[in-house]
Design a protein around this ligand. Structure first.
Ligand SMILES: Nc1nc2c(ncn2[C@@H]2O[C@H](COP(=O)(O)OP(=O)(O)OP(=O)(O)O)[C@@H](O)[C@H]2O)c(=O)[nH]1
Length: 196
């Protein structure tokens, strides 16, 4: 398999969740720990990109805790991806947010099957919805990300429009794996109510 660096994006503000969603719990692990667990089989090294005020401890030589590069701190997911691309030198980066804890290893594995030379990114689609924060980005994309950050353009869709993207379609019955937990209601619906 290609040499991949994992990126856990946990530096958001969780305004809609009204508590830090990175520390919400699913199956005895916090959301950010779930993201690390999911990336581990695919990534040789993993960077967890957090806000400076978030406090976490991880004792694992494969995992680095980082904060967004000062120049673009808190400027959205692209700032986190750019930070890691500036520090690690692999060709490919596998990105996961903290708020899709139901994603499965088999979905991530399927994405890794499309790492071709002429592809800039491998991104899933489910029910017609592009999922740009769950996917693989080539290191060549770093310049485009930097340009967007300079222009204060946080849009992942804008970035994808500039790239050669391999979109991988997943069937509608897989949609729950991609559930995005942004609010307390979504946490109850997808996680708490399922476990009770
Ligand atoms: N490193 C880093 N990660 C971020 C940043 N902004 C968002 N993220 C992460 O990107 C993912 C998607 O974030 P969103 O849900 O869009 O934003 P959020 O700020 O976490 O939540 P809201 O305040 O409710 O919009 C989550 O895993 C966030 O932790 C940032 O500026 N830096």
């Amino acid at each position: 398999m290609a040499n991949i660096t994992g990126i856990v994006l946990m530096g958001g503000q969780s305004r809609r969740f009204q508590a830090d969603k990175a520390f919400a719990v699913y199956c005895d692990k916090t959301f950010y720990q779930q993201s690390i667990r999911l990336l581990e089989p695919f990534a040789n090294t993993i960077y967890v990109v957090k806000r400076p005020d978030q406090s976490i401890t991880i004792n694992h030589d494969k995992i680095t805790i980082a904060s967004d590069i000062e120049r673009f701190r808190g400027e959205g997911p692209l700032a986190g991806i750019y930070t890691v691309m500036s520090r690690a030198s692999t060709d490919w980066f596998m990105v996961l947010p903290v708020d899709t804890p139901l994603i499965s290893a088999s979905i991530l594995f399927r994405l890794t099957q499309y790492l071709h030379k002429k592809t800039d990114a491998v991104i899933p689609i489910v029910n017609g919805n592009i999922q740009p924060l769950i996917g693989l980005y080539h290191s060549d994309v770093k310049g485009y990300i930097e340009q967007q950050l300079i222009n204060k353009d946080r849009s992942m869709h804008q970035l994808l429009a500039k790239l050669t993207v391999h979109y991988v379609e997943f069937p509608a019955e897989d949609a729950h794996f991609f559930a995005n937990i942004n609010t307390e209601e979504e946490y109850h619906y997808y996680i708490k109510d399922q476990l009770e």
